[in-house]
Design a protein around this ligand. Structure first.
Ligand code: GTP
Ligand code: MG
Length: 197
């Protein structure tokens, strides 16, 4: 799939600010700092479109990007970041859970995990929720450029067995590895939704 246009549309702290119009949405989920915003920029070949940071907790609202005029990328805040206040953490839960549970436009959930680290309890919970609720989803193992080929083979096996029911794609926002495969998956998910609407 070729990206012909990509624009930031809105940053929503509340449900009433979610975009309207019923276009399909592709959501990016995962713990803080795993690379959600970087992955969005790398898919779009647009460096600063989604804001990234070395400090976990950068994305604190739900950000909508209109792609090719036909569907949205949805950048969600990361979970599991201990240094945000209790209220902010509760907000993450409220915002992201509300979005996941209710959003009819949600066509594909892209769950990111850091290839170098063992999945956390929250990673497992999210994955089980997606599987249990029959959501079209896949797991993206990020930052693979930080591993040697040998390590990568081993770590990908760990990710695959941790999320046995899910498709897994190895990805690097730095090298672009996995980009075409993921874009293809996104294209087919965004078209499938349109048939039902
Ligand atoms: P929150 O918004 O805080 O939830 O984080 P996020 O998941 O959006 O992560 P973000 O994209 O801001 O990236 C976090 C850090 O990881 C940044 O310093 C990125 O440069 C780095 N990073 C992201 N993806 C990759 C990758 O594929 N390879 C390498 N080497 N670094 C990456
Ligand atoms: Mg982010």
């Amino acid at each position: 799939m070729k990206i012909t246009s990509a624009e930031f549309v809105t940053s929503a702290f509340e449900r009433k600010h979610w975009v309207t119009g019923g276009l399909p949405e592709i959501a990016f989920l995962g713990r803080s700092n795993v690379g959600k915003s970087s992955l969005i920029n790398s898919l779009l070949h647009r460096k600063g479109l989604a804001r990234t940071s070395n400090t976990p907790g950068r994305t604190q609202s739900i950000n909508f990007f209109l792609i090719n005029g036909g569907f949205y990328f949805v950048d969600l805040p990361g979970y599991g970041f201990a240094r945000v206040s209790k209220t902010k953490k509760a907000d993450w839960g409220r915002m992201a859970e509300e979005y996941l549970a209710n959003r009819l436009e949600l066509s594909l959930s892209v769950q990111l995990v850091d290839t170098r680290h063992d999945p956390t309890e929250l990673d497992h919970q999210l994955n089980e929720w997606l599987v249990f609720n029959g959501k079209d989803h896949l797991v993206v193992a990020t930052k693979v450029d930080k591993l040697s080929n040998n390590e990568l083979q081993k770590r990908i096996q760990v990710v695959r067995s941790a999320f046995g029911d899910s498709e897994v794609i190895a990805y690097s926002s730095n090298s672009g590895r996995g980009r075409e495969e993921l874009l293809e998956r996104i294209r087919s998910a965004s078209e499938k939704q349109r048939d039902f609407s």
